[in-house]
Design a protein around this ligand. Structure first.
Ligand SMILES: [Fe+2]
Length: 336
C-alpha cells in the first residue's frame, strides 16, 4: 500500500516538477526514524508519541554501524528525519559528516550535560552499564577480576565470552581505547582473543554463561535483567558483576538521538526527540521492557535494577569514542 503511494508520488513529481509532493498529503504528519536502538523499545514508545501528537512514526530498523553508513551514503537525499542508536560512536560518525541539525533546547535541556556532545547536535536519551555475567558453578565472585583489563590475563584462558561483531561490545572497546590508550587496548584485545570464545549476539553470550558453556560473559546489564523479568530461563543460573570503581569495565554507554539536517519533517523530528527526553518519555522508557537507564533525573527504573547512582562509571567524554579506530584494531586481531 505504502509502496504504491510512493510510486504514484514519484510519477507525479516527474510529471509536474516541484508540485509539492511531500508524501504528507495522503498520510498526515509523520516522522521517519532510522532506528538502531532495540526494535521492541521503539515499538513501545512510538505509539505513545503518536497518540499524544497525531504524528505517525515510521521506523526503519537496523544496527548502529549499518544505519550510520546508510545515512552517510544517502547524504542529503536520505528520507530519514531522526537517527537513534544503541551506542554513541555511530552518532559521532554521522555528526562528523555534518548531517545533524542543532537540537531544540527542549530536546536537550532535560538531559545532564555529560550525556550529550557540546555541539548540541544530538543527545543521549538512555544509558547501559557494562557488566560481567558469570556462572557461579564455574567461577566464584571473589575470583572475578577487579578490572575488565585483567580478563586478558592467561588466568582467564577459556573462560571469557563476548559478541565482537555487535556495536555494544565495540562501544566498550572504544571506552577502553579512550581510557587506556592504543597499545593497552591492542594488548587487551589480543588477550581476549587468546582467552575467549566469540558469539553472535549478547543474548547468546548470556545463554552460554547460564548453561555453563562459558564462565564469564562481557555485555550490558539489561540482557540479564530482562531475562529475569521474563521467566529467568537464560539467567537463573548466572549472576551479574559490576566493576564500579571508575574501571573501564564500568563504562556507561549512551544511546543517542539526533535530527537530520536534511529532514523532510524537521518540526516533527524535533518533537519526537523532545518526547524521548521529556519527563514523560523518560519515565515511559523506564517503565518499558527495556530496563536501560533513563538519563533524566526525573525518571527512575524499577528497584530490582542496580541504581544508576551506584554504578561508579569512568569519565569518558561522549564525543571522544573513536568507532573507526576500534574497527581497525578489532579487524587487526581478527574479530571482524
Ligand atoms: Fe544491546
Amino acid at each position: 500500500m505504502k509502496r504504491t503511494l510512493v510510486l504514484s508520488c514519484l510519477a507525479l513529481a516527474t510529471a509536474v516538477v516541484g508540485a509539492g509532493c511531500s508524501g504528507d498529503d495522503d498520510d498526515g504528519p509523520k516522522v521517519v526514524v532510522y532506528n538502531a536502538q532495540h526494535e521492541q523499545l521503539l515499538e513501545e514508545l512510538a505509539p505513545k508519541f503518536e497518540k499524544e501528537t497525531g504524528i505517525e512514526v515510521e521506523l526503519r530498523n537496523g544496527p548502529d554501524s549499518e544505519l550510520a553508513a546508510q545515512l552517510i551514503q544517502e547524504g542529503d537525499a536520505s528520507p530519514a528525519d531522526v537517527f537513534l542508536t544503541e551506542n554513541s560512536p555511530a552518532m559521532s560518525a554521522v555528526e562528523r559528516e555534518g548531517l545533524f541539525a542543532p537540537l531544540d533546547a527542549k530536546a536537550t535541556d532535560p538531559i545532564p550535560a555529560q550525556y550529550r556532545p557540546e555541539s548540541g547536535l544530538w543527545t543521549g536519551f538512555v544509558a547501559r552499564s557494562t557488566v560481567l555475567v558469570y556462572n557461579p558453578s564455574l567461577i566464584s565472585a571473589d575470583e572475578l577480576p577487579a578490572s575488565i583489563m585483567d580478563l586478558a590475563d592467561p588466568k582467564y584462558a577459556g573462560m571469557v565470552s563476548f559478541s565482537p561483531t555487535g556495536a555494544d561490545f565495540q562501544a566498550i572497546v572504544a571506552a577502553v581505547l579512550d581510557l587506556e590508550g592504543e597499545d593497552a587496548t591492542r594488548a587487551w584485545l589480543a588477550g581476549l582473543e587468546a582467552n575467549g570464545t566469540t558469539y553472535d549476539g549478547n543474548n547468546v553470550v548470556l545463554e552460554a554463561v547460564n548453561s555453563g558453556e562459558s564462565a564469564i560473559g562481557i555485555e550490558y546489564h539489561y540482557y540479564w535483567y530482562r531475562d529475569q523479568a521474563e521467566a529467568g530461563e537464560n539467567s537463573d543460573d548466572s549472576e551479574l558483576y559490576f566493576f564500579g570503581n571508575q574501571d573501564p569495565g564500568a563504562f556507561l554507554s549512551i544511546s543517542g538521538a539526533g535530527v537530520l539536517e536534511n529532514a523532510d519533517h524537521p518540526k516533527e523530528a524535533q518533537q519526537f526527540v523532545a518526547f524521548l527526553t521529556s519527563d514523560e518519555g523518560q519515565q515511559a522508557l523506564a517503565d518499558s521492557y527495556a530496563l536501560e537507564y533513563p538519563l533524566s533525573p526525573a525518571a527512575s527504573l524499577p528497584s530490582e535494577v542496580k541504581p544508576f547512582s551506584e554504578l561508579q562509571p569512568p569519565t569518558v567524554a561522549i564525543s571522544d569514542l573513536d568507532g573507526d579506530k576500534v574497527v581497525e584494531l578489532m579487524t587487526e586481531i581478527g574479530f571482524l
